[in-house]
Each structure stands twice: as C-alpha cells, then as structure tokens.
Design a protein. Sequence first.
Length: 114
Amino acid sequence: MDQFACVHSTAGNFMALDCNLLEFTNHDITRITGNDGCFLLIDSMVKHELTASDHGMGYNAIRADIEGAEKAVSSVKLEGKPFKFCYLAREPSKFTSDDPVMYVHACKHAMTPS
C-alpha cells in the first residue's frame, strides 16, 4: 500500500482507501484538522508486525481496537446503525453539523483505552 499511496496521494489531502471495494478517494485534510491544524507523518523506524508484537499491539490487536471503537460510536451515537471512521471522514455532514473530532470525542467514554 505504501507504493499505491505514493502514486495516488495529493498534497493537502488524505486518502480514504477501501480495500474491500478496491477504491480510493482523496479528501481535503482541513475537514479534519481545520485551517489552523496540521497533520504530521512521522517515520518511527519501527518494524510493523502483522501479528502480536512484544507489546501486544500487532495489526490484529490494532484492528480489533478500531472495530471496537466503531461499534461504540454506532451504539452511543447511531442507535446501532453501521459506522466506520472512514464514513465520518468522507462525509462528516451525514453524522454531525459540528466538528467531526468532537463527534468522536463524545463517544470516547465507551471506547477502549488504547
């Protein structure tokens, strides 16, 4: 995916990549950060593991956390209707007229600590 992102990314945008549908779209990053915010991409030089690492934060654990958080948002905000963070990033107005970050923050009490 790194090579794909290098070819298809555009400045000032983030990419929503849907691996299930094999589609991608670029979106204005200011929808998430605002005009005064920034987004930093940092190379931590940490090897990415697809299974549990020494700290238990392998790909499967992280994915499970994300899916759990999405279920929490679905339960707390949407009465059980389907929710994915990419839906909020793509079309925040479908979920809130306020700041999308604050929308998720309001669900934080129901999410896992990680």
